[in-house]
Design a protein around this ligand. Structure first.
Ligand SMILES: [Zn+2]
Length: 179
């Protein structure tokens, strides 16, 4: 059975000396992933509008995450005081962010170092950061599933492995590469 998804299609005019055409971007509504970009010349586009096939160049990204749900959370990330200029690429920044970037979470680019998201608590410097991750849809009802890290940190006891849980009762093991 073919699955249907809700999403968006965006048309943009390519701008540049070497290009003459349009770019079509298709995005998945759930995950927000822009999974398909098609580039084609105006002549081809015009021909295709009349019905039929035309040549195009396309690229894909994140196809295996189509239909997944985007989740976000906001956290204060504290840094040693006295550091005025912090950039996302700094080694000490990466080390501190690594404590937050677990279980699939990754920080929104641009939050670290953004003065509008910067604050002080006593002598401690922090940035208020948004983190995103994708979680799979429930096989039964399609809702976003919750990540359960499992009860046993050693993963020895049966049933202690990480699971995806849905409010409807469905669950499935977390596969390698899910997060
Ligand atoms: Zn469900």
């Amino acid at each position: 059975m073919t699955k249907e998804y809700q999403g968006g299609v965006r048309f943009a005019y390519l701008d540049g000396p070497a290009v003459d055409g349009i770019e079509i971007t298709v995005s998945d509504g759930n995950s927000g992933i822009e999974f398909l970009t098609i580039k084609l010349g105006y002549a081809e586009f015009a021909r295709a509008l009349g019905g039929g096939e035309c040549d195009a160049t396309f690229s894909t990204w994140g196809i295996d995450r189509i239909g997944w749900h985007s989740q976000s959370k906001t956290e204060r990330v504290y840094f040693p005081s006295g550091k005025k200029l912090l950039r996302a690429g700094d080694i000490e920044v990466r080390e501190i962010l690594a404590l937050f970037e677990v279980e699939g979470w990754s920080v929104r680019s641009g939050d670290i170092g953004n003065m509008h998201r910067r604050g002080m608590e006593g002598s401690r410097l922090f940035y208020t950061c948004v983190f995103f991750r994708l979680v799979p849809p429930c096989e039964d009802c399609g809702a976003a599933m919750e990540y359960d890290p499992g009860e046993d940190e050693d993963r020895q006891a049966p049933g202690s492995a990480p699971q995806w849980h849905c409010a409807c009762g469905y669950s499935q093991p977390v596969e390698a590469g899910d997060l």
